[in-house]
Design a protein around this ligand. Structure first.
Ligand SMILES: *Cc1c(COP(=O)(O)O)cnc(C)c1O
Length: 364
């Protein structure tokens, strides 16, 4: 019997492993494995979502008109050049679908976001991994990988799972050195966690350059991960190409309305950013105190911290021991970091609890 065969390159894709949400025993769990907002979502977004329970039989607005207008007004953009998708994950795939295929190369940085590899391989392109610098993005290393087959470069800023940040000057230098045929995708999933003076200039580049697409999401600081709303901005031609291959009804009605309301929830956004900065700093200091046990925090500008285990206690052992104590973090061997645990910054109570558990594990 013969059976249908998937395309030859599909089974080479390593499946995406989502953050775990259930523990190993009966211990109640605190999920710190998916970089979700520990404050939930804003009152404004929750109310807007709830107002749409009677619209379930109707298809959503396929053009996301109100959502595009709201995003454009919020960021001073042209609504015609705003694209949206089922999470920014879909947008990352759309760029690959529009610009890369068999024989083409797609560059991302070692310890980059797992979806870049999947997006490249899905379309039959060859992923090219540029070496990192201290777990962060190395512009010169990326440029050294560029050749005439390069079609796309994905850079997350801040990066996931490392939390590292690439300053505006380095993003500008990378863009300036690229040949015009290469699309630079700046993934700003965590941009809202940056302070105003840390803007990496991505949206400004996307406003003017012919080869820059920025992606954003409502899943992280806005706390709408369940609704799967992402958006992107880029040149007219790129947006037109991406529209042709996206799912027509990619964003639900309630999701679009919740996202619009989320943009207006300024107090919630500020509180989320401030709380995160405060507990990320405290958490990183506490990890530094465990330095003699071989623990080290990679400096982070996001809502999570990558903790490296370079002593007798391995990341894998710590991962399971934390799980037994009710804390689910993310062990990331699949991304080349068997020595790392990525830990989302939770509420004060969750963060204090995580550090207390980690201390117990280190001392045991
Ligand atoms: C979480 C994340 C995304 C996408 O999330 P969506 O929920 O699909 O919008 C994209 N890029 C990075 C780096 C992320 O961490």
């Amino acid at each position: 019997m013969t059976a249908p065969l998937p395309k030859s390159w599909i089974m080479d894709i390593a499946p995406y492993i989502p953050g775990r949400s259930t523990g190993e025993g009966d211990v109640p769990v605190t999920k710190l494995s998916s970089n979700e907002n520990p404050l939930g979502t804003s009152r404004e977004a929750a109310d807007a979502f709830a107002a749409h329970r009677d619209d379930l039989s109707r298809y959503p607005d396929a053009s996301a008109h109100r959502l595009r207008e709201a995003i454009a007004a919020h960021h001073d953009l042209d609504p015609e050049r705003v694209i949206y998708g089922t999470g920014s994950d879909e947008l990352l795939h759309l760029v690959a679908g529009a610009y890369a295929g068999a024989g083409d190369e797609v560059i991302y940085v070692r310890y980059g976001f797992a979806v870049y590899d999947i997006a490249a391989r899905r379309v039959g392109a060859t992923p090219v991994v540029a070496p990192d610098s201290e777990y962060g993005t190395d512009v010169d290393a990326i440029l050294a990988c560029v050749n005439e087959r390069t079609r796309i470069i994905y850079v997350a800023n801040p990066n996931n799972p490392t939390g590292t940040y690439t300053p505006r000057s380095e993003i500008a230098r990378l863009h300036a050195a690229l040949p015009g045929h290469i699309m630079l995708v700046l993934d700003q999933a965590y941009a809202e966690y940056l302070e105003a003076d840390e803007d990496d200039g991505g949206l400004e580049l996307a406003r003017t350059a012919a080869n820059v697409v920025v992606t954003r999401t409502f899943s992280k600081i806005h706390g709408l991960a369940a609704e799967r709303i992402g958006w992107g901005y880029g040149p007219v031609e790129a947006i037109a190409a991406m529209h042709r291959i996206r799912a027509p009804f990619c964003c639900t009605t309630a999701g679009q309305e919740a996202a619009i309301a989320a943009l207006g929830a300024a107090d919630f956004i500020t509180a989320s950013r401030d709380e995160n900065a405060r507990w990320r700093a405290w958490f990183s200091d506490e990890i530094a105190k465990l330095g003699n046990a071989g623990l080290r925090a990679v400096p982070s500008k996001a809502n999570f911290v990558l903790v490296l285990f370079e002593g007798a206690l391995s990341a894998e052992a710590a991962y399971h021991a934390l799980m037994q104590r009710g804390f689910i973090v993310r062990w990331v061997p699949g991304q080349g970091l068997p020595q790392g645990l990525r830990m989302t910054i939770g509420t004060e109570a969750e963060t204090r609890g995580l550090i207390a558990a980690l201390r117990e594990v280190v001392e045991a």
